[in-house]
Design a binder for this molecule. Structure first.
Ligand code: TYD
Length: 392
């Protein structure tokens, strides 16, 4: 693995601080990113033990986002029409935002964060509050041969592929389908979205890297959809190599070629990206400093895990961004890790609140701009760092 990006020391991205803990020293981890020229995989180098990140206090709930709920609903319609699965399993079912689109019978959720698993269970779906692994797959395989396994924004969080794909192979029926969905490395590199890298995002996948990984497990991609979610994601439709039910779509090769053309197989591409990241930091710091010097009030919108990377790497604290608005109940009245900026309960934006609003949740720009039409009409301005720091 060749290191190409060093983002410095960071606290755990989703560990929001209570006021009484503000003075305690936070544990910090090195955030460095590397490229493996053999299989084209991009991953963070120093990983944090999973138990430190995924516990009974995990704050992110998929159901709180209209964009994600809508994306899951559309996919569920497609799955019912095209694959007609008699049973379905989701790895990383979060609060059931995807599963809730299906009848409760023969639907299984797997979610190690017990606070989230509890919500899905309450919705009436059988949910295992466990990590997805070989033991669990064996247990499930006693009762089911799974027709369809889905996993969104989860594979990128799991270090041990071997365990994941062996477990998939144990539980998936011969003609079963695996659908994986994760942020696209191509979009991340193109948009200089270095905030896709934080402790939980161990991998940001390209389709060419995923292809290489799947090969070892006799699995292959037969279709790819490019999605706008999470700043640009890929949805991979995967089958067993021996299963000839589905033809390989031309989209697969189109995606591979696009990535090769961009140079995702070459370390030089990542080195260039790394330079752009340090330019982005300088520009963002310069922009914020200029606005604050001119007595402008800046607040943040969406206290995302991604923001944690930006704020800590660029050393931004509450003398630049007064506070963040966020809709997630768990984050409210807590402080962002490292930067210690307060998260306040979301209120519709007013120009009297702020002159500029830093878009922490830039990946929900469309949804947010629709919601904040009034603020924009009244002259309110946003700041984004994607693809370059600027006022919009
Ligand atoms: P997200 O970008 O999905 O994830 P990550 O934390 O992995 O980077 O997080 C979105 C956050 O933005 C979440 O805390 C909710 C918040 N948010 C709002 O406060 N208002 C909104 O309108 C939207 C869409 C999100």
């Amino acid at each position: 693995m060749t290191k190409f990006l060093d983002l410095g020391l960071h606290p755990l991205a989703n560990s929001y601080l209570e006021k009484k803990k503000l003075n305690l020293k936070e544990k910090k981890f090195k955030l460095q990113v590397g490229f493996n020229p053999k299989n084209y995989l991009v991953s963070i180098i120093n990983t944090v033990p999973k138990e430190k990140m995924f516990n009974d206090k995990y704050p992110y709930k998929s159901s709180e986002s209209f964009t994600m709920k809508n994306s899951f609903w559309k996919l569920s319609k497609k799955i019912k029409k095209k694959f007609k699965p008699k049973n379905l399993l989701e790895i990383g079912s979060n609060d059931g935002a995807f599963l809730q689109n299906f009848n409760k019978k023969n639907i299984l959720g797997i979610e190690p964060c017990s606070n989230l698993a509890k919500i899905t269970k309450k919705k009436g779906y059988k949910t295992f509050s466990k990590y997805w692994d070989i033991n669990l797959a064996k247990k499930i395989a006693k009762d089911y041969k799974i027709d369809l396994i889905y996993s969104a924004n989860t594979l990128s969080h799991i270090k041990n592929f071997e365990e994941i794909f062996k477990a998939v192979n144990i539980s998936l029926g011969k003609k079963g389908i695996l659908i994986l969905e994760d942020p696209s490395l191509l979009e991340c590199i193109k948009k200089v979205a270095y905030d896709q890298f934080y402790c939980e995002h161990i991998y940001v996948f390209s389709s060419i890297a995923l292809k290489n990984i799947l090969e070892k497990y006799d699995l292959e991609i037969f279709d790819i959809e490019n999605l706008p979610t999470h700043g640009g994601s890929n949805r991979y439709f995967i089958k067993r190599k021996k299963n000839n039910t589905y033809k390989i779509s031309k989209n697969v090769n189109i995606n591979f070629q696009r990535e090769f053309k961009f140079g995702l197989d070459k370390i030089s591409t990542y080195k260039k990206f790394s330079k752009k990241v340090s330019v982005s930091k300088k520009k963002l710091n310069h922009l914020l400093k200029k606005l604050v010097t001119n007595n402008k009030i800046i607040i943040g919108y969406g206290a995302t895990a991604k923001s944690c990377t930006i704020l800590n790497y660029c050393k931004i604290n509450d003398s630049f961004i007064k506070f963040f608005y966020d809709t997630t109940s768990y984050k409210i009245n807590k402080y962002l890790p490292g930067s210690k900026i307060l998260v306040k309960k979301y209120k519709k934006l007013k120009v009297s609140d702020a002159d500029y609003v830093f878009l922490g949740a830039w990946n929900f720009k469309e949804e947010i701009f629709k919601k904040e039409k009034y603020f924009i009409q009244c002259g309110g301005k946003f700041i984004t760092h994607i693809p370059k720091p600027k006022i919009i």
